[in-house]
Design a protein around this ligand. Structure first.
Ligand SMILES: Nc1nc2c(ncn2[C@@H]2O[C@H](COP(=O)(O)OP(=O)(O)O)[C@@H](O)[C@H]2O)c(=O)[nH]1
Ligand SMILES: [Mg+2]
Length: 203
């Protein structure tokens, strides 16, 4: 598999206009987006990781050429995936996110990341409810599960399941450190990107 960083998009005009399918990875700063992208692609330095929350509001595009074609984009929505529901984020970043989530016909689905050690906040619940109404598939991923005991993992899944509708399925425990959840996440990504390929959206 090949994977490379392509570009960062700050303005709607700069969203790629080619026809590759996209899968978005969204979540708050520090939740583990970059680490997950690195783990998924097996490239330790593909997406920069750091302990200090980034403030940059842009979409980071990674071009992935998996074993089973076609190539697609993984899109890192850094900082905060909550522009849809948070008034304080509605301005420029909100406009870019709106345009992206509702206008991108090549976006196949979205992976929403949450720290498995946390409880869902009301803002998390709003964002998950919005995703439940969204026309595209989304998957809830609980990161850093290596930090939890077996019982704590089960409790975390139950807590987050409570914020999801039945159609949203179950949250997936994930660890970039141990690789837990990686195969299931790839399976989900492959399912949505190949389903999108079979059903191009008409507009
Ligand atoms: N133990 C553990 N630490 C993680 C995991 N994923 C990320 N981290 C750490 O959490 C911090 C933030 O990760 P990063 O991937 O940069 O988060 P991002 O801001 O969402 O891109 C870094 O210090 C990572 O090393 C994980 O699965 N397990
Ligand atoms: Mg990052």
């Amino acid at each position: 598999m090949e994977a490379k960083y392509l570009k960062s998009v700050y303005k709607t005009e700069d969203l790629p206009r080619d026809r590759l399918i996209e899968v978005a990875i969204a979540g708050k700063s520090n939740v583990g987006k970059s680490s997950l992208i690195n783990r998924l692609t097996g490239r330790r330095q593909l997406a920069k990781t750091s302990g200090t929350p980034g403030k940059t509001r842009c979409l980071n595009y990674f071009l992935i050429e998996p074993g089973a074609p076609p190539a697609f984009y993984l899109v890192d929505l850094p900082g905060y995936g909550y522009a849809k529901v948070s008034k304080s984020m509605r301005r420029d970043w909100g406009i870019l996110i709106d345009k992206y989530l509702e206008g991108s016909e090549h976006l196949a689905g979205l992976v929403a990341l949450f720290d498995s050690r946390r409880d869902p906040t009301s803002e998390d619940q709003d964002w998950l409810a919005w995703l439940g109404e969204w026309e595209k598939p989304s998957l809830t991923v609980l990161t850093k599960c290596d930090k939890l005991t077996r019982n704590e993992r089960a409790a975390s899944v139950r807590r987050w399941q409570g914020a999801l509708s039945d159609e949203q399925g179950s949250p997936l425990l994930f660890s970039s450190t141990s690789g837990d959840g990686k195969d299931q996440l790839w399976q989900w990504i492959d399912d949505v990107r190949l389903a999108q390929k079979r059903q191009p959206k008409k507009r």
